[in-house]
Design a protein around this ligand. Sequence first.
Ligand code: SF4
Length: 441
Amino acid sequence: MTPPVDLPKHGPSVIAGVIQRLSVSQLKRHKLCPRAWFFQKVMRVPEPSTGAQQVGTEGHAQLEHFLSTGEDVLGTFARAGAHLLPTPGADLLVEQELDGNPPLTAGCIPFTGFIDLVDARRLASDGVLRITDHKFTSNVASNAASAEQLADADTEPGLQMVGYGAWALSQVERFPGLRTLELEHLYYQTRGQRLAASVVATVPVEHVAHEWKAKVEPQVEVMKEHAQAARASDVPANYGPACGKYGGCPFMAKCLTGENKTMSLRDKLLNKVSESAPLTVAAVERDAPELPAVLPPDAPTPAPVQTAPEVAQATEQPAPKRRGRPRKAAEPEQPKGEMRVLFVDCIPTVFDGPKPEPLTSYVDTMHRKVAEAGGVDDVRFAGGDSVLGFGKWRGALAMAARAEPPCKGHYFVLGLAQSELTQVIVEALEPTFDIVIRGIR
Ligand code: SF4
């Protein structure tokens, strides 16, 4: 077993198949898809930052500055949740590092990371500690976790919050008399109406201790095994909704090209794609040099995975400098002529650029490919005995669209609400467009 040791903060977290340190983000990634975690932390395949991440980073920086100093630097998204925040003050633990002696561990592996906000104002009087994680999301109603999920380490959001709660439990001297934890996700909506919502799970400390022992400790043991895999294809893949979450898995191209036996439908889809795709993510990846499964400590940084451009989102005002975790570098701007633009339920009457084309033929083509691969005429009517049945066609269609996005250019779709096929494809492709413009009725 690897004993807890003092580790450099920015070194690799996995060395030669041995996990050196963990974070709740790693737990979440592994829970979502073990293979995606392997790509990220063992193979250390770089991930491009997305427009959504940029919005979240700016919002977090504003909240950190506001809660620490009281100076109102909140942008429009964060401001919608100002009434849900505690009064700013130096006693709030903002961007709290998961530090401490002894550190929080699972399977003898120490955890590192940062918590957005720890509020200990009711600790002395009521034994209550509130732990808050700010979440910037496109749609609060559809993306917010429930209070039950926040308390359950078998869920992705619960893993995160139980992890933070477990850290608080491990800091006995810092939080004396701790009896109850309020685990909060504070959501800020970034599209449409400006609104915010708080979801709180109130749990006794015994609950968190039990979740950590019964669910997180065993997961870490599984992660140790997965870290020693020789190839990504030896690590279980969680095909399905996980592939499309958070704007699409950044490792999809590697995942698909590395798979050769277990996913016949995927193979068929991929073959269909490679027959006709002029230059897709998958095609680029096939030519890329193969990365070793586990990088030695002195290995050169692998070449970035080439993916389609990320969706441009509304930007916030420049954020104040953050004290805690390091920020990701912004992506370089794309030349205007090489942009992907999508008009949804609207067409420009005057436009400074190429004339938009309907996305209809692309939708039909992708539908035909998926239907053929699944052996059905229309994916929407695939029976329960089909690999596309029980709604699985949606994931397959989304995967095919991401693997073979339309060429760069300007497109439009009309009547989105009336076409389920188009809805699935537009949702899958949104992150690959530089600009998405929606008509408002
Ligand atoms: S594409 Fe899907 S199955 Fe493959 S690594 Fe990503 S999330 Fe996992």
